[in-house]
Design a protein around this ligand. Structure first.
Ligand SMILES: Nc1ncnc2c1ncn2[C@@H]1O[C@H](COP(=O)(O)OP(=O)(O)O)[C@@H](O)[C@H]1O
Ligand SMILES: Nc1ccn([C@H]2C[C@H](O)[C@@H](COP(=O)(O)OP(=O)(O)O)O2)c(=O)n1
Length: 670
């Protein structure tokens, strides 16, 4: 993992489309182990390829199980009937709980010498209750570091004849899963008694369903006790399909609910054995419109467009509940998610991580031992003004306003995937996005396919070509926001002259650029609390702007300020590098130009109309000098990029130019 990496997500406007889900992690790792414990061969189709399943595959191969890739996520596993060929091995299982716990149980009952270890976080995740239960069956397991935690040493043991064994159910349901899957190796009747309330029950349902597919029926007394009868043997089912991952579905369904939809996920549906499909029902309680088929689920925004807060016991959807926490940002009112103590012993302490990062985007969050309470960012409730997000009002230290920070993901795939949804509020940076490889390596690519970012029309070109005039008219026609990026450089030049900062003092100018408080109110611009007059449009100011604009640090300091203008429903912006540097993903890029002579004439007319003094010859000279400086500088030079459409207005009037841009946008609009 490389925490210095990040992904910048643009602000999102809507979500629409469909996604084929990767295979379920829980099912994939169970199927692999059960296929290995069976006699005969199993063809596993639609297996998830991810860090966690790779750890299980490597583990099984180390133990001598033959696993053959058939391509297209299909594998042929030749089982060993519970007797692993390799009797001495060291297994490294990363942070894969779904590999670590079940392999611990299976190996403890299989008569070999093994060490099992993982990443540092795996060594902080409790396993004592499982080890105690296995010791109750006579297994020889030692802790190699701290009592109750991996790494573990397993030795061959004389197993006891105990008819029953107890295991705690209130820390992790994986302990019970691991025991149940290993018990058939004993070949005699054993009952597991569950102590304490069993959490995450749906995962036990998956375990029982998978064991049934491999020929073992577990007798049960509700959620209290489970019996594996003597003579139970795993039998390879021949061929088995892994369902899509229902937890992964939650991000796309939430995107549909927040971003309008419909968003359809394919690979899970009414027929699913995964508890997390019930996430869809909980999203419906927040107002989302849900439709379901046997193998698909579709989500749309509520009829009135606005999600409502809920108060929910999340025991049945522990993983997908994290998605509700981020969806709560966009709901009216305060959402409470209860009975989530297990979050604290997952990939990270998820309650704490979730609270910390939700606060960064401006939410009000209360965190308890086993609950989290989130108040959303509804802009209506907060009376948020056009160019200030709810996040910036609630928390001026928001990382979103500070591009050097961003959302931390704690090496937790679900944190990274959940927080992609926060981009429906604002542009967002997600640190270490590759942690999604644990369960969904292509997550961000798939997410981008079904989400549409806030559109940007970027108009770049030389001075007095008519960019500002055309951009404002287009913005009015479309009801979009407008950013005159040149004004920021002009404002910086004004502030520098006001404060006596030299126009080539890069460091001081960059500092000034970050401190400037700029407010656009219609035609009027305010700088540090005072209105700026016509001097901003004068050629002296423009020449100063052109000088400061050549400085790399100045441009970097103004980057985030410009990107902050990208707000729903869209932005039209003009300048020199709008389509190349500031909004490289702009929906439409225009390079607007005209001959230097015509531009000088236009500028002359414009200044005269403002009652300002000017001479065409001087203006032409200025324009040529500025063209030279803007095109020759090393920092974001003015040039027509290959993906920009050329609009030469030398012989066009304003209406014709506006029409050209609007037509171009109609062709490209999402
Ligand atoms: N075809 C045209 N397109 C845009 N502006 C034009 C056109 N013809 C004349 N103009 C005028 O040119 C002047 C300069 O335009 P402006 O938008 O300030 O340019 P820029 O932002 O590129 O410096 C404005 O007064 C505008 O009305
Ligand atoms: N995105 C931008 C916008 C303007 N600049 C620079 C280039 C210009 O010389 C100055 C002033 O820009 P502005 O667009 O206001 O100037 P014109 O109206 O085109 O004359 O700032 C830039 O470098 N990058």
């Amino acid at each position: 993992m490389n925490p210095s990496e990040f992904i910048n997500l643009p602000p999102l406007l809507s979500a629409r489309g469909s996604v084929r889900l990767p295979g379920s992690k829980s099912i994939s790792n169970r199927v692999l182990l059960l296929a290995a414990l069976s006699g005969g061969t199993t063809i596993v189709r639609d297996l998830l390829r991810s860090d966690d399943t790779d750890r299980m595959l490597e583990g099984l191969q180390t133990l001598g199980v033959t696993v053959e890739s058939l391509g297209n996520n299909a594998y042929k596993v030749t089982g060993c009937g519970g007797d692993f060929p390799v009797k001495n091995a060291e297994l490294f299982l990363g942070n894969a709980g779904t590999a670590f716990r079940p392999l611990t149980a299976a190996l403890a009952l299989s008569g070999g010498s093994y060490t099992l270890s993982g990443v540092a976080r795996m060594h902080e995740r409790p396993i004592g209750d499982l080890v105690d239960a296995l010791r109750g069956l006579g297994a020889d397991i030692a802790y190699l570091a701290n009592d109750g935690f991996p790494p573990l040493q397993i030795k061959p043991a004389t197993l006891s004849g105990a008819a029953s064994v107890s295991v705690r159910g209130d820390v992790s349901s994986q302990f019970l899963t691991a025991l149940l899957m290993a018990l058939p190796l004993l070949g005699r009747t054993v009952t597991v008694e569950v102590i304490g309330e069993l959490i995450s029950k749906p995962y036990i349902e998956i375990t029982l369903a998978m064991m049934a597919r491999f020929g073992i029926v577990v007798l049960r007394d509700g959620w209290k006790s489970f019996t594996v009868a003597a003579g139970s043997r795993y039998v390879a089912p021949g061929e088995i399909y892994v369902e899509g991952d229902a937890s992964s579905a939650s991000y796309f369904l939430a995107a549909g609910a927040i971003g309008g939809g419909p968003v359809r996920v394919e690979g899970v549906g009414r027929g699913s054995i995964q508890g997390d499909v019930r996430f869809a029902g909980e999203l419906a309680k927040m107002g989302a419109q849900i439709e379901m088929g046997d193998n698909w689920i579709e989500a749309r925004a509520p009829v009135n467009g606005k999600l409502q807060a809920i108060d929910l016991d999340c025991n049945h959807i522990p993983d997908a509940a994290m998605t509700l926490a981020v969806a709560a940002l966009f709901a009216n009112g305060t959402t409470t998610l209860r009975n989530i103590a297990s979050w604290r012993v997952k990939e990270t302490d998820r309650i704490h991580a979730m609270a910390t990062e939700l606060r960064k985007v401006g939410a009000l969050v209360e965190e308890g031992a086993d609950y989290i309470r989130i108040t959303g960012l509804s802009s209506e409730e907060l009376g948020v003004s056009e160019n200030r997000s709810a996040a910036s009002i609630l928390n001026p230290q928001s990382s979103i306003l500070n591009p050097a920070a961003g959302i931390d993901t704690y090496d937790d795939h679900r944190m990274a995937m959940c927080f992609s949804l926060a981009a429906f509020g604002n542009a967002i940076r997600i640190n270490d996005p590759r942690c999604v490889a644990k369960t969904f390596p292509d997550y961000f690519t798939e997410f981008a396919k079904v989400t549409q970012s806030v559109p940007v029309i970027a108009i770049d070109g030389p001075s007095a070509s008519g960019k500002g005039t055309v951009a404002q008219r287009v913005a009015n026609e479309l009801g979009f926001h407008y950013l005159d990026s040149g004004a920021l450089y002009r404002l910086l030049a004004t502030a520098a002259m006001r404060d006596g900062v030299a126009l080539d003092d890069e460091v001081a100018l960059a500092g000034l650029a970050s401190r400037m408080d700029i407010v656009f109110k219609g035609e009027q611009i305010w700088l540090d609390g005072a209105p700026v007059g016509d001097e901003l449009r004068g050629e002296a100011c423009a020449a100063g702007a052109s000088k400061v604009a050549a400085l790399h640090q100045v441009r970097a300091a103004l980057l985030a300020k410009q990107r902050d203008f990208r707000k729903a429903p869209g932005l039209v912006t003009d300048g020199r590098d709008m389509g190349s540097v500031v909004f490289p993903d702009a929906t439409l890029k225009i390079f607007l130009t005209a001959s230097a002579q015509i531009r000088a004439e236009r500028r002359y007319k414009q200044l005269k109309e403002k009652g300002m003094d000017a001479k065409i010859a001087d203006l032409l000279q200025d324009i040529r000098a500025r063209d030279e400086r803007d095109t020759q500088r090393s920092a974001a030079p003015l040039q027509q990029y290959p993906d920009a459409s050329l609009l030469d207005t030398t012989t066009l009037d304003v209406d014709q130019a506006v029409k050209f841009v609007l037509n171009g946008y109609q062709c490209k609009a999402p």
